[in-house]
Design a binder for this molecule. Structure first.
Ligand code: PMP
Length: 390
């Protein structure tokens, strides 16, 4: 055994801004992770939702290896076939009349670009976001994020942002004015606690944006890439957003962000925005492979079917600790009457990795390649840890 003490060294030298689960991960394959002691876990964290195609999918691994041997970096000022193929694929997949893509490196960047494009396109300043929203932590995207603990240390944030109650049509109606550059929202609020958007609400917001000249921006960083049962969660409600933000699982775990843009977004001319790494061939090759896997293995359909099963199973748990079970596809939350953190640790002992969301939600965000048995095993483990608590 090596003498190297990963935990001690990470604790000493990492910045300190991240709390750790008490576990050191050595490798992953498909729906599983293994710790450095050789213990196997059913992964319902999926790298915060970046591992929809499973860990180290052979197709994604092969695409990364091939591209790494050919060309890793290629700045935006030079053309590249792999990037071109990804741009074409994303436009082909996207709902509505999306016709261009800005490639970045993270969810935050995909949101940041959308916010800037909304202002650039409309010449207006106002951005409306929703309460409980999470859109990232850069100063712009953080201005759209709701949670005070993320925002307060950094005030003042970017002016012009406001937040309205999610799923409240009247509140949105009152908020969108001729000063509004854009509205940004999630189809399912993820970090905020797995709250599902209402179809009528989402369509009404889109229509109000159209009528009043504001950009309708859908943040699909967490809901995208098959997670909710469609490649884009927007498809559940026939939405045709002006901009869609993608990241997380888009490149099978390799960092990437994409802001998909439709024809109402104007003024995107050279130098109004940019990035060094965005559109690099390595991430593009990984993304092309990951998208192919999502399509070939029908992972969105799997997510839809398995999500229904997981919610039904979790709803059977007769625990007074549970307030509600919610989910769309494999984005599943168990809303508790208590803080969920200790159950995440208890689940580790059961061989299941889970997450929290909001203040009270135990969140399951498995890979979309998880087997039915493993998913039921994870749900059984949730039942055991909740029952052990009473
Ligand atoms: N938007 C949403 C909806 C997210 O869930 C997240 C990350 N949890 C982000 C944006 C930010 O993405 P990233 O961490 O890749 O910057």
């Amino acid at each position: 055994m090596s003498e190297f003490n990963t935990v001690a060294i990470e604790d000493q030298y990492s910045s300190g801004v991240t709390a750790h689960h008490p576990i050191t991960i050595a490798r992953g394959s498909g729906p599983y992770l293994w710790d450095d002691q050789g213990n196997r876990y059913i992964d319902c964290v999926a790298g915060y939702g970046t591992a929809n195609v499973g860990h180290c999918h052979p197709k994604v691994t092969a695409a990364i290896q091939k591209q790494a041997a050919e060309l890793v970096v290629c700045p935006g000022c030079q053309y590249n076939e792999t990037r071109a193929r990804l741009l074409e694929k994303l436009v082909e997949l996207a709902p509505g009349d999306i016709d261009r893509v800005y490639l970045g490196n993270s969810g935050t960047e995909s949101v940041e670009a959308a916010l800037k494009f909304a202002r650039l396109s409309t010449g207006r300043q106002g951005i409306i976001a929703t309460k409980r929203a999470f859109h990232g932590r850069s100063m712009g995207s953080l201005s759209a994020t709701w949670e005070a603990k993320y925002r307060d240390p950094y005030l003042p944030l970017v002016p012009g942002f406001s937040h309205v109650t999610y799923n409240d049509i009247e509140a949105m109606d009152a908020a969108i004015t001729d000063e509004t550059a854009g509205v940004i929202l999630e189809i399912v609020q993820g970090e905020g606690g797995i709250y599902l958007g209402d179809g009528d609400y989402l369509r009404a917001v889109q229509q109000m944006c159209r009528d009043r000249g504001a950009m309708f921006i859908v943040d699909e960083v967490q809901t995208g890439c098959g997670r909710t049962g469609r490649f884009f969660a927007s498809e559940h409600y026939d939405l045709e957003p002006d901009m869609i933000c993608l990241a997380k699982s888009l490149a099978g775990g390799v960092p990437i962000g994409a802001t998909l843009v439709g024809p109402r977004v104007e003024n995107l001319s050279p130098s109004v925005h940019g990035t060094t790494f965005g559109g690099n061939p390595l991430a593009a090759a990984a993304a092309l492979a990951a998208i192919e896997v999502i399509e070939e293995e029908h992972l969105a359909e799997r997510a839809e079917k398995l999500g229904v099963m997981a919610v039904a199973r979790l709803q059977q748990i007769e625990s007074p600790l549970i307030r509600e079970v919610r989910g769309l596809g494999l984005m599943v939350g168990v809303d508790l009457r208590v803080r969920p953190g200790k159950f995440v640790n208890a689940l580790l002992d059961e061989g299941v990795m889970a997450l929290t969301a909001g203040h009270t939600v135990l969140r399951l965000l498995p890979t979309l390649v998880i087997g039915e048995d493993d998913l039921m095993t994870a749900c059984d483990a949730v039942e055991r840890v909740l029952m052990a608590e009473e």
